[in-house]
Write a protein that binds this ligand. Structure first.
Ligand code: HMG
Ligand code: MG
Length: 303
């Protein structure tokens, strides 16, 4: 039985805009968050507290967090790779804190080094105090396990390699397990094999998929996860996204496309697709190009 309700986490403001060559003003990022919550998104990944030398696009993290008009029932998350990131996220007034943080590791050693400049084991040791402090402050911790279906540097990544990191994340108390196909090379049965490893250690409600659509497989991969009962997915408005440290990685699956598919399956998301298309159009206009989302393009053409 596929789920009757799905939770979507829009990672566009973070994953989407971290990868833009052009500078995007904080005001546009804030407006994007406002439009996403108005469209019914209840989980929004807003920004990341990473080194501005590594990812200058997220250097306005505190300004963006401070500028958001919080809507009731919306969970705002941010990426924190280490204690320095968590401390920066918690340096503001409590009202401006994230509701959830994301620690991001990788199933491949090579990618771990390229993305966060340390080995997988070192990354877990960096995350350990981050998880402890977040929990002490009542903040939920999600993980992202990058390159779970393939790595731009290592090549193939096996389910065993994924499970190894799942177990490590669980061991330090991470609440939720996000399995990420950073470069979009996964196909449905392989995705199921990776997800099954996460499901050995986390309950259904605490496993999610994060699919970049580089090879056009993301919707099929989400459907494959639905078949396993998984009901939480990351998606990115207008199909924005990519990782500056994963060569060739293009955008995440577009939120509009996922909502169109889920609507067709009769699965509730609480999201209004027309308002979502508006949000995608606004940020795409800021970036000066059409949305990557096929559903958004089709719906816009009918207006
Ligand atoms: P490092 O150089 O090993 O860190 O970087 P360090 O502890 O040696 O510190 C070096 C300098 O960075 C110091 O400053 C620190 O203060 C500063 P300096 O003394 O040279 O002036 N620093 C920081 N500044 C701000 N915030 C921080 C922070 N930490 C240290 N949190 C680090 C390690 C993790 C910081 C670095 O590698 C980094 O920032 N990487 C960013 C990687 C990134 O953001 N990638 C994109 C997001 S992940 C992604 O997109 C994948 C995902 O979508 C899932 C998927 O698709 O796979 C989630
Ligand atoms: Mg990503």
């Amino acid at each position: 039985m596929i789920p009757s309700n799905v939770t979507l986490v829009d990672v566009g403001p973070r994953d989407g805009l971290q990868n833009e060559k052009q500078a995007v003003a904080a005001a546009h990022k804030i407006e994007l968050v406002h439009q996403l919550q108005a469209a019914g998104l209840r989980n929004i990944e807003v920004t990341s507290f990473v080194s501005p030398k590594w990812v200058p696009q997220m250097g306005d993290n505190a300004e963006v967090m401070a500028g958001i008009r919080r809507a009731p029932g919306v969970r705002y998350s941010v990426l924190t790779p280490n204690m320095k990131g968590l401390e920066a996220a918690l340096a503001a007034d409590r009202a401006l804190w994230p509701d959830e943080i994301v620690v991001f590791g990788a199933a491949s050693e090579a990618f771990s080094h390229r993305n966060i400049n340390c080995s997988i084991e070192e990354s877990i040791e960096r995350f350990r105090p981050v998880v402890e402090v977040a929990h002490r402050e009542g903040i939920k911790v999600r993980s992202a396990i990058s390159c779970a279906l393939g790595c731009p540097y290592q090549g193939e990544v096996t389910p065993d390699e994924v499970e190894r990191v799942v177990v490590m994340m669980k061991g330090i108390g991470v609440d939720h397990c996000g399995v990420a196909d950073t470069i979009g090379v996964g196909t449905p049965r392989r995705v199921q094999a990776a997800m099954e490893r996460a499901l050995k250690h986390y309950p259904l409600a605490e496993v999610s998929g994060h699919f970049h659509d580089t090879y056009g497989q993301a919707l099929a991969n989400i459907y494959a996860c639905l078949e396993l009962g998984i009901a939480t997915f990351d998606a990115s408005i207008a199909g924005l996204g990519g990782c500056p440290y994963a060569k060739g990685a293009t955008g995440n699956v577009a939120t509009e496309d996922v909502v169109f598919m889920l609507n067709g399956l009769g699965i509730e998301t609480g999201i209004d697709i027309d308002a979502l298309v508006d949000a995608g159009k606004t940020i795409s206009d800021v970036l000066g190009r059409p949305p990557v989302s096929r559903a958004a393009k089709a719906l816009l053409a009918k207006r």
